[in-house]
Design a protein around this ligand. Structure first.
Ligand code: SF4
Length: 240
């Protein structure tokens, strides 16, 4: 049976595979998916450590694998600098951003709407414009409370496959891979951040939950921007 059809228990894989086996499994997943979807396979690179890791793995499989970045007007300066460096290194990475006017401080009183407009919409544009049939993410099941129920291969939107090739990696294994392969990361990690997002919604946290520093003080605390939970194909209604 192909790895793409696997029904393996994700939690068991997290604990039972060692670092080398996880790297081999991730490469095999990307390779199989690339063989099946060709240019329709596209990596979503959020510029966080997990995305950077997946981007590196994809490039190990084939330098021709395409990718996109979704950014917002609220990204920290260091993230913008890092994005410029990454795009200079990989000019084929396409950047998507929504510059439409939104109410001031929307992120304070309706972060879901803010994320829908600034993150989910441009992700949908990327999927459509790049004719994506399988998008590849850096999602990991040990990252936080909202990420425990994913699969390595999913079809949450009809006609759009989603590959999560490092789903079973622990945070330590991501850093292990990045260090062993001399992969550059956003310097915000050196300041103590463990999960990176927009400046107004991201803090340094010492809690166990890796995403605990996201959207502190809101109902979204430690949660999701929506690109992994909202539909990315078909009609998306956004209340204004
Ligand atoms: S993370 Fe915050 S600022 Fe960024 S899009 Fe979401 S709510 Fe808006």
């Amino acid at each position: 049976m192909e790895l793409l059809e696997n029904k393996d228990d994700v939690k068991e894989l997290v604990e039972n595979l060692n670092y080398k086996e996880k790297v081999e499994r991730s490469l095999a997943l990307i390779e199989e998916a690339y063989e099946r979807y060709g240019d329709g396979l596209v990596v979503a690179n959020s510029l966080g450590k997990d995305s950077v890791c997946v981007w590196e793995l994809a490039k190990m499989v084939s330098l021709n694998i395409r990718g996109f970045i979704v950014t917002t007007r609220f990204k920290p300066t260091r993230t913008v600098q890092f994005m410029d460096e990454v795009v200079a290194q990989y000019p084929d990475l396409k950047v998507f951003k929504n510059d439409e006017d939104i109410p001031e401080n929307l992120f304070e009183y309706d972060p879901d709407l803010c994320c829908n407009i600034l993150k989910v919409l441009p992700t949908r544009w990327a999927i459509e414009k790049m004719d994506v049939s399988c998008w590849v993410t850096g999602l990991r099941c040990t990252e936080g409370r909202t990420r425990t129920d994913y699969k390595e291969v999913e079809e949450r939107d009809k006609g759009l496959m989603k590959l999560n090739p490092i789903l079973i990696w622990k945070e330590r294994e991501v850093w292990q891979f990045l260090a062993l392969n001399n992969v550059k990361v956003n310097q915000l990690y050196a300041e103590g951040y463990r999960s990176l997002g927009c400046a107004p919604c991201t803090n340094i946290s010492t809690e166990d939950n890796e995403r605990a520093g996201r959207w502190i003080g809101t109902s979204k605390c430690g949660g999701e921007c929506g690109i992994h939970t909202r539909p990315l194909k078909g009609g998306l209604s956004i209340k204004r």
